[in-house]
Ligand binder design. Structure first.
Ligand code: HEC
Length: 148
């Protein structure tokens, strides 16, 4: 048992050497969603609060996000999240991709798919209230998107 524990400690120490690059851009993006369209302040605040950790170039890390294997999981979610939607790169999307992203935002918020449940469990402040969800849906509907 003692031997097992010391192996485990060495293993845990070794995996700390593999440190994913942080998602903390040094520059303020010129391609933020607000650079190409009007987003109401309260919708912006909501995205910032509940989505930006995985869908922007600025993640707010907590101390335990530094520890492997948690750090690896966080890096993976950010990579996958940004692949689908990056509010800091939104301005580079063509109009079709923008419309599709907005449509999807409305859908995943309504279905409760986003923000991810495992994440909300650790960040209770990111939980979306029924009013928050309605606000996002109403905003997307008000945009009268051309591409379905
Ligand atoms: C903890 C990280 C995390 C948070 C927070 C988060 N997402 Fe995601 N999001 C992901 C990941 C990972 C994927 C890719 C999921 C997949 O491949 O199935 C994703 C995918 C998406 C997609 C694409 C869905 C699709 O079906 O292609 C949309 C849209 C989206 N997220 C919107 C949001 C919105 C809006 C919020 C905030 C209300 C949010 N996400 C919060 C990690 C996150």
């Amino acid at each position: 048992m003692k031997k097992f524990l010391s192996y485990l400690l060495v293993f845990l120490a070794l995996i700390q050497l593999v440190r994913p690059k942080k998602n903390r851009s040094e520059v303020v993006s010129q391609n933020q969603i607000t650079s190409v369209m009007k987003v109401p302040q309260d919708v912006q605040a909501l995205f910032k609060r509940s989505c930006n950790d995985c869908h922007s170039n600025q993640t707010n890390y907590l101390w335990y996000h530094e520890i492997a294997p948690m750090s690896w999981m966080v890096a993976y979610h950010i990579k996958e999240g940004k692949k689908h939607l990056n509010f800091d790169e939104f301005g580079t999307y063509n109009s079709r991709k923008r419309d599709r992203a907005l449509e999807e935002i409305s859908e995943v918020v309504e279905s409760g798919e986003m923000p991810m449940k495992g994440y909300v469990a650790f960040h209770s402040e990111t939980k979306m209230s029924p009013e928050d969800i309605q606000m996002v849906k109403d905003w997307v509907t008000s945009l009268n998107l051309k591409h379905e």
